[in-house]
Design a protein around this ligand. Sequence first.
Ligand code: IPE
Ligand code: IPE
Ligand code: MG
Length: 247
Amino acid sequence: MFKEQLDHERIPSHVAVIMDGNGRWAKKHGKPRLEGHAQGAKAARGVVETAHKLGIKYITLYAFSLENWNRPEAEVCGLMSLLTSSIAREFNDLIKNNVRLLTIGDSSFLDENVRKEIDGVVNASAKNTGLTVVIALSYGSRNEILNASKKLLKKYEEKPFDISSLSEKDFADCLYTAQIPDPELLIRTSGEYRISNFLLWQISYSELYFTDTLWPDFSEEDFCKAIYDYQQRERRFGKTSEQILAE
Ligand code: IPE
Ligand code: IPE
Ligand code: MG
């Protein structure tokens, strides 16, 4: 069991997850795609609980990408209502457990009622100091980076500044994730080896973990296995192994 083997001194503070494989799970079980998404929502709840137990500070869940708007309308509608209802239901308990909800993404694409429902939970949990659950909803990383550039240009227009003094932090402060540290670990399920426009800036030094498990099957033990795997790695940040060992 990986759960028992975890080093509790080296739990990552931020884990990001590309929750992929709901559709294939449904197909495998002879069910409609939306049933796969419903099971996926249950797996997400499980992972949030495990993150809370392990003392992880941030978990970012990729729930719906900008590209996902191109799916068939029935699937998009079904996903939106599932997302809204499961966030509202699950956060009833989670808020009491000091969990905070944040979202990242381009909310201008969202229906008014979806936005209102989610904003309600974000506001109600704003003062919580335990685990922060970040839902990436209508999210695309290139769009986020482009928006950050626009914000900076606007600032410049309003009040010109010394462009050569702009730092990486100044740029990061214009991203949706301004208040959120970079993830140490990124997990992608379902055997796909790609990033799909997720957190391109923020994962520049994250450890990547891929598993064939389809998202609805992703269990507490699978999550602990990913963290265990992360704990076996040496994060060198460009230095040599000898330097790291001497630190
Ligand atoms: C991930 O599962 C959920 C979303 C992208 C919303 P998919 O729906 O992409 O599942 P597959 O990739 O078709 O199996
Ligand atoms: C990535 O999954 C987005 C989410 C998990 C929300 P996709 O299934 O949309 O990614 P691609 O299309 O296979 O790259
Ligand atoms: Mg997919």
